[in-house]
Write a protein that binds this ligand. Sequence first.
Ligand code: ADP
Length: 303
Amino acid sequence: LDPSERYRKGITLGQGTYGTVYKAFDIVTNKTVAVKKIHLGNAKEGVNVTALREIKLLKELSHPNIIQLIDAYPHKQNLHIVFEFMESDLETVIKDRNIVLSPADIKSYMQMTLKGLAVCHKKWILHRDMKPNNLLIASDGQLKLGDFGLARLFGSPNRRFTHQVFALWYRAPELLFGSKNYGPVVDIWAAGCIFAELLLRRPFLQGTGDLDQIGKVFAAFGTPRQSQWPEVGTLPDFVEFQFVPAPPLRSLFPMASEDALDLLSKMFTLDPKNRISAQQALEHRYFSSVPAPTRPDLLPKPS
Ligand code: ADP
């Protein structure tokens, strides 16, 4: 069956970073799916082949906390990527003023996020575009990382996309200084920002540009001393910042538990080589201490 017939096109869900996303019905499995239409335009045929090869890898990545890539096929000038359909996303949950997030709920969201990250990082796949609206929520309450690997496949989106501005708030300091050989811990920094956002119910570090963003990072965690991050001065876009001491993390998160605060500080380590990994974070006592994480099917839902 030709894929363009297999997935019966429904309503448009929205405009994404890479193209239009629409709802569709898979007549083979009788399931609702989401199809991302990525315009390839004048891309050479070779790009197509490489992209499809990489997509095959993503297709084989199967985990409850990673959105399932069901299919991918070129059609006309577009690449269509078929994903399982998701009911909601974490941004919607955070913004919903009718939803109360208990410490156990926040722990559950963080555990699911880190489980998804740990699986991908083990395979050396980075997300690179972690933000609350990329953390999708299935009807059974499972949180799933969306768009995994797409950032690398199709490159960073252009500045003309407003989305980019939002991603800025989740960008690790090494990226803000133009690091090119960054690693999986860029996703950990972003996950830390999401953890903070779950606690505060608003984005934590809301910069208006790269320099302003790094200023906000240093205002929260202090300007790194030479001993704290020896290589920072060698990064391509490094600029000297006036020294500011770190305020106590407790003052920024008055309602967080000691365990939550300790994990948060390890995810927000400025020097990437000392930042906690996804696997280590999952083994942190925050996840084994009370309260236990809420069962996904019992998490609050937007009405
Ligand atoms: P962005 O590039 O801004 O992250 P996306 O391309 O992920 O945006 O998505 C664009 C729109 O499509 C959003 O409104 C999002 O909610 C919706 N969407 C994306 N993926 C899915 C999915 N798997 N299920 C349901 N809706 C989706």
